[in-house]
Write a protein that binds this ligand. Sequence first.
Ligand SMILES: NC(=O)c1ccc[n+]([C@@H]2O[C@H](COP(=O)([O-])OP(=O)(O)OC[C@H]3O[C@@H](n4cnc5c(N)ncnc54)[C@H](OP(=O)(O)O)[C@@H]3O)[C@@H](O)[C@H]2O)c1
Length: 291
Amino acid sequence: MREQRAVVTGATSGIGEAIARSLAAAGMTVVMVGRSGQRLDDARERILAAVPDANLHLERADLSLLGEVRELAGRLSRDPLPDIVVSNAAVVAELDDITPEGIQRTLATNHLAPYLLLRLLIGPVGSRPARFVVVGASPRGLTRVPVDLADLNYQTGHGLGPLPSFRPFAAYGRTKNMNAMFVYALARRLDGTRITVNGAHPGIIKGTGLGRDSRGALKLFGAALSLFTPGPDAGADTPVWLATSPEVDGATGRFFVNRKQVPTAPHTTDVHRCDRLWNESARLVGLPPEL
Ligand SMILES: NC(=O)c1ccc[n+]([C@@H]2O[C@H](COP(=O)([O-])OP(=O)(O)OC[C@H]3O[C@@H](n4cnc5c(N)ncnc54)[C@H](OP(=O)(O)O)[C@@H]3O)[C@@H](O)[C@H]2O)c1
């Protein structure tokens, strides 16, 4: 049997690196995607120190740039095709951090990149079985930050709260709700194929890079939380289980926390809202709405 091939985005630190290490330890070829060649090399060294026979390939791509996502999809679409794609990369960027393509960086990296990458891989994967896993965030915590479908790119920034240090985090939260909405919308469109797509909250995890630019009250809050939270290996558990376990064979369009299926907020499951997000995302990445 051919060795399984897994792609992990954001594999240069935190939960993504732990996911890559775990999949490599299970004997898979792992394609590690990151934006910095140096950070990819460093992560590969750390994984090889733990799993000496790990079969690792490095793919450099800045996922905040749609052009680089398209090129990455092109490279991943050659044989051998991926059996598993874990979309894990994410960032908490300032609201005025706009990419050269004119998109706010949190939206581009956390939602438009997985939207574009997974959509572009569907055709090449074709009739083969494959599992897509999208790493989201806490459904409970995200109930209060519904996606503003009229302001995806945070041009008004309405509804992100009054505290300047929390506003980028609220914007990040909206993109994490988009992850769940995308999972549901994509699963519906993949009905009848052998590709499954599910979402996972990794848990509140310390020792990752996500909060590195946080400031003010948010920084204090993060430091206090990290006293009680587990590290990246715990965060990798549910995504890896979704990517590999026979227990979830055929499961699709679901969201999981601690290996249990959980509901997400009604504003993420509303089919009309999911379709609006799908169509607007298609317009932003330059794809037709239909698969
Ligand atoms: N930690 C938590 O408590 C927590 C809670 C809920 C959900 N999550 C989710 O877990 C996932 C992993 O987060 P983490 O906590 O492990 O944070 P992290 O250590 O900062 O990992 C994020 C990864 O994404 C990569 N990345 C960011 N921007 C990128 C870009 N433009 N192009 C390519 N790669 C990019 C980072 O690369 P660099 O190494 O170059 O920065 C890093 O490898 C995220 O989806 C996050 O939303 C985490």
